[in-house]
Design a protein around this ligand. Sequence first.
Ligand SMILES: Cc1cc2nc3c(=O)[nH]c(=O)nc-3n(C[C@H](O)[C@H](O)[C@H](O)COP(=O)(O)OP(=O)(O)OC[C@H]3O[C@@H](n4cnc5c(N)ncnc54)[C@H](O)[C@@H]3O)c2cc1C
Length: 384
Amino acid sequence: MHLKINLAMIECLSMKKIIIIGGGFAGLSAAKKLCRIRNKLAITLIDKKPTSDFLPMLPDIIGRDIRPEALSFPIQGFCQTLGINFVNEAVASLDLENKRVSTDKNQYEYDYLIIASGSQTTFYGKHELKTCAYTLDCVEDAKKLRTQLQQNRSNTYIVCGGGYTGIDVATSLQRYLNKHSKEKNIIIVEASPSILGPLPEWMKQSVLNNLRRLNIKILNNHTVEKVEGDNVFISGEKTYQNAMLIWVAGVKTPDYVQKLNTEKDNKGRLKVDRYLRINESCFAIGDCANFSCKNQSLRMAVQFSIHQGSFAAQNIIRSIAGKKLRKYRPLDLGYIIPLANNYSCGKVLGINIKGRLPTLLHFIMSIYRSWGLRNKLMVLRDLV
Ligand SMILES: Cc1cc2nc3c(=O)[nH]c(=O)nc-3n(C[C@H](O)[C@H](O)[C@H](O)COP(=O)(O)OP(=O)(O)OC[C@H]3O[C@@H](n4cnc5c(N)ncnc54)[C@H](O)[C@@H]3O)c2cc1C
């Protein structure tokens, strides 16, 4: 799998301009691989944020008192160490034909582009909810949510979205409230007939039993209609007064990706070929790419983002060297639904597991995948 970069191959490389959009798992992984031959490449990483946020542990800022700074990794320092250029700007549009990236401030030209700008919350056209709902897209969002909890203004917390993030958030809220001896209502609102949509039945049952134990109410086949002040209106249900809305009902790719005139799925993820490209000079990886394998789209997950980052980087090096590109073959290690009362469940290496073991594995993997020793140690210290 690993590319052997021999001298002859490096000789073939001229100073190519490479741009990576997004400093998340996929983007940083690509940068790390490409920097091995940084003397032959001009690499620029662009991100709208100065930090790379460790998203899988955002609910733990609420439920487990993880310090926000433990989950924020400064991109500038990382790029400096790798010897690559970092630009802290938001990409506004792409001109794939003329190989140009436009940000809110500048324009950049590239020979090869890697789109790794992940996904963000979608309100499915209910724009008015944006201003009154809390989201969980980055560390700043988790901090805001925690501050709001500390102010203790609401009696009811409505989590809109019954996917694994919604479940994790709801149980984290309950953990926080129990710890501070506060009795409040937590309600998960899910538009479809069941939480955790495509997951196996045993897993759904395990999560449902757990949520029942935690006194978290689930409203399937319901949606949030509107919010007026502290009142949250649920379709066909009563209105919850003095309530707070946390919206984790789905994601889409950033606007500049949605605007591209290329094939996408219903979330706006870019459909890539087996080399992870959308055209000869542009690769798309991580959450903003849709790689289809045996007619099934690969799910959004950290393991695939990291692997695709280094894989796309290797293919760029091969392309510059005039070598045949390699086909991407995903390796699925499994997944875990983390629950904050430690009764998690998941499927790891093909084995169904539930209880404390998946919780432990989730945190071991989170520490392993955190960027930077300082962040790893901070997470470890806050967890124990
Ligand atoms: C709350 C939560 C919990 C999760 N839990 C898990 C879990 O337990 N296990 C798991 O495998 N996955 C989990 N995920 C999903 C996982 O975090 C994603 O699959 C992963 O982060 C995708 O990596 P990425 O590099 O593609 O994108 P990201 O990590 O989202 O990085 C994208 C980067 O692009 C930048 N960006 C976006 N738009 C622009 C722009 N216009 N211009 C410049 N920069 C831009 C962003 O600032 C960001 O730094 C979770 C996600 C969330 C939100």
